[in-house]
Design a protein around this ligand. Sequence first.
Ligand code: BES
Ligand code: MN
Ligand code: ZN
Length: 506
Amino acid sequence: MEFSIKSGNPSKQRSACVVVGVFEPRRLSPAGEALDKASGGHLSTLLRRGDIEGQLGQTLLLHHIPDALAERVLLVGCGKEREVGDKEYQRIVTTAVTRLNETGSMESTSYLTEISVKGRDLHWKVRNTVEVTRGALHRTDQLKSKKDDLRRPLRKLTLMVPRRSDLAIGDAAVREGEAIAEGVMLAKSLGDLPGNICTPTYLAKQAKAQAKKYPPLKVTVLEKPQMEKLGMGALLSVTAGSEEPPKFIILEYKGGKSKDKPVVLVGKGITFDTGGISIKPSATMDEMKYDMCGAASVLGAITACAELQLETNVIGVIPSCENMPSGKATKPGDIVTSMSGQTIEVLNTDAEGRLILCDALTYCERYEPDAVVDVATLTGACIIALGHHASAVMGNHHPLVHELLNAGKTSGDRAWELPLWDEYDEQLKSNFADIPNIGSGRDAGSITAGCFLSRFAKKYHWAHLDIAGTAWTSGKEKGATGRPVPLLTQFLLDRCKARKGGRKTT
Ligand code: BES
Ligand code: MN
Ligand code: ZN
């Protein structure tokens, strides 16, 4: 899929299809009006006849428009003009590209970028169009034996900007959109792969493949003996019941100066979570193939960074293994020693994410990071608290938490803060070890998980994203979402921009 930016008159576009908006009730957008004028009122006649009202989701495909150079015109309902927000705009774009993809317009020209979206500028609209289009055309048939290929799919989309002076804004926005979409698609595809294919070894291979594609990216994979040597007793207790070898994957993206302290992204890479001896009920256990979506989003965000050639240093740390029951598996009550030296009483083997993450967090200390952000499908309680709309964010440094919340707002991949107060931390008491791996009682399960991690993140600024509700969708449309790649990429983009701005003013 290819995107380009252009400016000019709609009736002069030589294209398989020109796309313009119609607002409720029966009102053409400016580009629509221009087309209407050029065609001697052809479009307004159709509107008057009632062919399209302009409701969100409606479309009308027209052929042979008088005096237009385009082969077709697609009218897309945009709802009420003053009520277009993020979600409405995304629905408009999705409707348009789905229709284009199915009706043989392999290359099309869209004026939907002229629609006003509440609180958003042209840069956002263009970037979002790229992200949404790539998302809408994404296929989940990678493992189907028969793929229903379209004969003439949408291949090229030209996005129109109002003035020639907007071309540069448009080009930059396309570039960001493509990078984010690339990261999102990678995270989605990995997330959707089943546990028998997407193993820790497979994840490591994918990381290496990315390093081959992007030279500023270096990948190192630690094997079990090295983890043993490092004393990663918590991580090793999770992999104990599995036949699949665990992998500790490290990606280093060096786009900044060598002295620039890196941001470290840590991603939970449980390629299947049965719960271990504290086994999960079977009903929706298949969804636990998504328990590596944190890892996938770290891979995705670093890919986006590399695509954008961001001038910053980012390190991805991905502890990866399976959580299986077996005669060798860790048992409830077992006490293990983490890499930090703290002993952990494993009261529930299903609280395994924090066990692999805590050793990864200790490992991060060696980078003297500017900030560490871990990303994990950590708790079912997070879905109870925030549903599927927001990721939870917690952290030990307010400015960092705010950066993430803001990146969520800008990218539309939103997060919401939960508190890591001492009162919650007090739920973590063990009679026999330094810390239990679950809080007493079920209350505030996402927060006590965050408190657990915070005990291993004392030496740097740290934040934790619980993506249990946002990383995938259940039900009929089951699939990975690629979240929070947009949030993470925005966070890194904003940091680069802030630094550059800072340099200029000083
Ligand atoms: N991977 C799960 C969290 C999860 C559950 C994500 C359901 C999405 C949907 C995690 O490893 C887990 O099992 N957490 C337990 C923790 C509990 C034992 C304290 C949970 O949330 O039930
Ligand atoms: Mn679990
Ligand atoms: Zn898990």
